[in-house]
Design a protein around this ligand. Structure first.
Ligand SMILES: [Zn+2]
Ligand SMILES: [Zn+2]
Length: 167
């Protein structure tokens, strides 16, 4: 996603509004593949200030995952922040604590920063519901769909009945 900054740099504009979408279906990482279920929305701007050129935007995305408790498939909406200083000239001095995007011929490419902001915003755990009961660690039953028979001191009620008769 390339943005031409020349009008901002020559001072024709003070800001460029960003309100667009970018379609990325999948982000591959070393651990897993993240499937994005709809186009990513970017909303914000690039601002020419006395201190330099800054990008500030929100990234809205939706991805496929599983409930950490019951493993059910889920689609989760999240948002991420894009905050960068834009470096126009190679020799431009940038304070050490500012994250930068380097412009090349007055153009920046936002694809990589968008992807890294998404990767940073994916939660470690996702649950389908606050009250999700998860799965039984013994039989693997989804406990949201009903109790399994493991809970009662590990004795199947039918067997308990049988034991009673035998006694
Ligand atoms: Zn769940
Ligand atoms: Zn069980």
């Amino acid at each position: 996603m390339k943005i031409d900054l020349s009008n901002l740099i020559v001072g024709k504009y003070y800001q460029i509004n960003l309100d667009s979408t970018i379609e990325i279906n999948e982000i591959e990482t070393e651990e897993n593949n993240i499937k994005l279920t709809k186009p990513i929305k970017i909303n914000g701007g690039i601002y020419n200030t006395d201190d330099g050129i800054y990008l500030e935007a929100k990234v809205y995305f939706e991805f496929e995952t599983n409930c950490s408790r019951c493993l059910k498939e889920l689609i989760v909406e999240e948002e991420a922040n894009l905050q960068y200083r834009i470096q126009i000239e190679e020799d431009e001095e940038i304070p050490f604590d500012e994250e930068i995007i380097k412009a090349s011929e007055y153009t920046i490419d936002l694809t990589k920063p968008i992807i890294s902001s998404i990767l940073l915003s994916i939660p470690m755990k996702t649950i389908c519901d606050e009250n999700c009961k998860g799965i039984c660690p013994q039989c693997g039953n989804d406990l949201n769909e009903g109790q399994c028979n493991c809970e009662d001191d590990n004795i199947d009620p039918r067997l308990a009945k049988l034991k009673e008769l035998m006694d």
